[in-house]
Design a protein around this ligand. Structure first.
Ligand SMILES: C[S@@+](CC[C@H](N)C(=O)[O-])C[C@H]1O[C@@H](n2cnc3c(N)ncnc32)[C@H](O)[C@@H]1O
Length: 279
């Protein structure tokens, strides 16, 4: 059964824009006509590639660049191994209560399965099955140092058929990528950087994406763009500040439209996610 276009990434990815997919498709359809002929779309902070995949589906004649900074394409290529490992772990702890922490003995059994596994180990998927609510790690050693929970996904993974079709995959920093495309006409930037002041431990970057990275990113940004941010980050505050200054940067970046979604951390805590765009 074909799932194209995907509304969520085939393998887990923290920060994937599944909640914005409908609004994103709407904005693309409303602003680019003719199957995207003559257009280039650059998904600068590609993550799971969900935005690039959807853009390519809606604009089959456009060139769509998916900047895979995290090796997500590798994870997809080994999805069969990931499913095999999931089945092994799932069968070993199926009889235990779900959502509960594993005893030291049961944890050792799971670690034994992982250590003797003869294929690719996707540490992000394994963390998603075994660690507490979205906790992320980068290495197996880090994984083993945590308490394990019985939250292994029950449904099998399917091949990500067609997910990467037609995409131009790159792996480079936003600095060089955006500099290359910045002055090209009919080139849309999709900008979903790591949010300032939030956990970035799930990503492959060597250092925290911090204020200077953000400011440098803003210096490379120009319309047409679609930019994602949340109230946990400071994009909207920064844009308000530019508006007050009313300088060239505001002329370049202001005048955008905005879609807001309320996201919930839990029953008590909510924050706002934003997608702003200007064509
Ligand atoms: C919020 S996530 C993007 C999620 C993506 N839009 C999706 O739907 O899956 C931010 C991404 O930026 C990547 N990133 C971090 N530093 C980067 C850099 N210097 N250049 C390019 N990408 C970077 C992270 O590794 C992560 O994949």
């Amino acid at each position: 059964m074909t799932k194209i276009p995907y509304s969520k990434a085939p393998l887990s990815f923290i920060g994937q824009k599944r909640n914005f997919i409908k609004a994103f498709r709407h904005v693309i359809n409303a602003n680019i006509i003719g199957d995207g002929e003559g257009w280039t779309v650059v998904d600068v902070f590609g993550g799971s590639g969900l935005l690039a995949h959807n853009a390519k589906h809606l604009l089959p004649k456009a060139t769509v660049v998916y900047n895979d900074f995290d090796g997500y394409v590798d994870r997809l290529n080994y999805i069969e191994d990931t499913e095999r490992l999931r089945q092994q772990i799932y069968s070993a702890i199926e009889h235990l209560p779900r959502q509960k922490a594993l005893s030291q003995n049961d944890k050792e059994v799971v670690i034994g399965i992982i250590k003797s596994f003869d294929g690719f180990i996707d540490v992000h998927s394994v963390a998603n099955w075994l660690l507490f609510s979205g906790k992320q790690v980068r290495t197996l050693d880090e994984l083993y140092s945590n308490t394990f929970y019985n939250t292994v996904r029950r449904s099998p993974y399917e091949q990500a058929t067609g997910y990467l079709d037609g995409l131009v995959v790159t792996t480079e920093s936003y600095t060089t990528l955006m500099a290359r495309y910045k002055d090209q006409p009919k080139t849309l930037f999709l900008l979903d950087p790591p949010y300032l002041y939030t956990g970035q431990g799930a990503y492959n970057q060597e250092k925290y994406f911090a204020m200077v990275d953000f400011l440098y990113l803003m210096s490379l940004t120009r319309p047409p763009y679609i930019f994602f941010s949340s109230t946990k980050s400071e994009l909207m505050d920064y844009l308000d500040y530019l508006k007050q200054l009313n300088n060239d940067d505001w002329q370049k970046l202001g005048g955008f439209e905005r879609v807001t979604i309320q996201a919930h951390v839990n029953h008590e805590r909510a924050y706002e996610d934003n997608m702003i765009y200007r064509f």
